[in-house]
Design a protein around this ligand. Structure first.
Ligand code: SF4
Length: 313
C-alpha cells in the first residue's frame, strides 16, 4: 500500500521525503557557535532544564574556539566517509539556543556558515521563547535563497511538566513561535521528550492532538534518558518512585500508538535518542541502535495494521 506521503513505509520518514523533495539526502553538519541559553546564562536561570546534558551530544570537534568554517570542514570530511551518497550539506546549529543573541550576532554567525562553499542551508535549534518577529523575518529572508529550518525544543505540551523540569517557558510560547514561523513560510520542526516525570502514558498520547493543531513540518522524538551530572539524575537518585521510564518494548508500543494519532503530513526525523554512555537510569535497553528501534516501531505498526495518521481525526 502507498501511504499519503508517497511510500509504503508506515510513517512519514523525513529521510525519504527530503530525498523526494530535494533529490538527495540532506546531511547536517553540526556546528557550535558558542550560543548560550537563557536558562543557563542567568536571563531566566543558571541551572538549566533538569534533564539538560548538552555536552553529551556535541561532537568533540564542535568547539566555539574553532572557526565555523573549520568545524564545517571537519564535519564534511567525516560525513563524506560515512554517507558517501549525501549530496547536500547544511550547517546544524544544534547546541544550546541558537537564536539567543542579537540579530547582528546571528547574521554574523549564520552568514559565515553560508559562505562555506559546501553549505546550502541552515538548521537552527532553539527554544521557542528565543525568537521574535525581527529574527524570524531575517530567517525568512534567508530562506528565499537557502534551505532554512528552525527546530523548537517543545519537549512537552503540558505546562505542569514544563515547570517541573524547570524549562522556563510554557507550551503557549511554543504555539506562538511555531505559528509566527509558519506565517513567514519557514520550515518548522519540533522536539518532544517522552517519559518526563509526572506524565502518564495517556497524557503523552494526548499531546499528538495538541501538535496536530500546529503548522509543524517535522518532528523528532526522544525517550527520556537520565544522564549523570544532571539535576534530574539527582532527583532520580533521591526519588526514583517519581519516574516511570520506558522499557524498549514499552517505548516501541507507545511511539507506534503516538504515530497513529499524529497528522500524516508531519515528517518524522527521529523516533528515539541514542543511549549515551553516561546514562544513570532507565530500564536497560542494551546497546540498541536507532535504526533497530525504527525497525521495531515499523514492525509494531505492521502487526496492528497501523500507520501514521490512521487515528488522526
Ligand atoms: S535543554 Fe536547552 S534550554 Fe534547557 S538548559 Fe539545556 S540548552 Fe538550555
Amino acid at each position: 500500500m502507498i501511504y499519503p506521503w508517497g511510500s509504503n513505509r508506515r510513517y512519514n520518514a523525513w529521510s525519504e521525503l527530503s530525498r523526494r523533495l530535494y533529490g538527495t539526502r540532506i546531511q547536517k553538519l553540526a556546528v557550535n557557535a558558542g550560543f548560550s541559553c537563557p536558562n543557563r546564562d542567568g536571563t531566566l536561570g543558571t541551572e538549566g532544564c533538569t534533564f539538560c546534558n548538552n555536552e553529551g551530544f556535541i561532537p568533540s570537534y564542535c568547539q566555539p574556539s574553532v572557526s565555523i568554517h573549520e568545524q564545517l570542514d571537519t564535519g564534511l570530511a567525516f560525513v563524506k566517509k560515512r554517507y558517501p551518497r549525501a549530496g547536500r550539506f547544511v550547517a546544524y546549529f544544534q547546541a544550546y539556543s541558537n537564536t539567543h543573541a542579537s540579530l547582528d550576532h546571528m547574521r554574523e554567525v549564520y552568514e559565515e556558515a553560508l559562505r562555506h562553499p559546501a553549505i546550502s542551508g541552515l538548521v537552527i535549534g532553539t527554544r521557542p521563547d528565543c525568537v521574535d518577529g525581527a529574527k524570524l523575518d531575517y530567517l525568512a529572508e534567508l530562506s528565499r535563497k537557502y534551505f532554512i529550518k528552525i527546530e523548537y525544543g517543545v519537549e512537552s505540551c503540558d505546562d505542569e511538566t514544563l515547570r517541573r523540569v524547570r524549562r522556563g517557558h510554557l507550551f503557549a510560547d511554543s504555539q506562538k513561535a511555531i505559528r509566527m514561523s509558519a506565517e513567514r513560510d519557514l520550515k518548522t520542526g519540533i522536539h518532544l521528550i517522552f517519559g518526563l516525570p509526572g506524565e502518564s502514558r495517556q497524557q503523552m498520547l494526548d499531546q499528538a492532538a495538541a501538535i496536530n493543531e500546529l503548522p509543524v513540518h517535522t518532528a523528532k522524538f526522544h525517550q527520556l534518558q537520565i544522564v549523570k551530572g544532571t539535576a534530574m539524575a539527582r532527583e532520580y537518585m533521591a526519588h526514583p518512585d517519581r519516574f516511570s521510564l520506558f522499557s524498549l518494548d514499552e517505548y516501541v508500543e507507545f511511539v507506534s500508538d503516538f504515530l497513529e494519532k499524529l497528522r500524516p503530513d508531519i515528517a518524522i526525523e527521529r523516533l528515539s535518542g541514542e543511549v549515551p554512555p553516561r546514562l544513570i537510569a532507565g530500564k536497560p535497553w542494551g546497546k540498541v541502535r536507532a535504526d533497530v528501534i525504527i525497525t521495531m516501531i515499523e514492525d509494531k505498526l505492521k502487526e496492528k495494521d497501523g500507520f501514521q495518521g490512521r487515528l488522526y481525526a
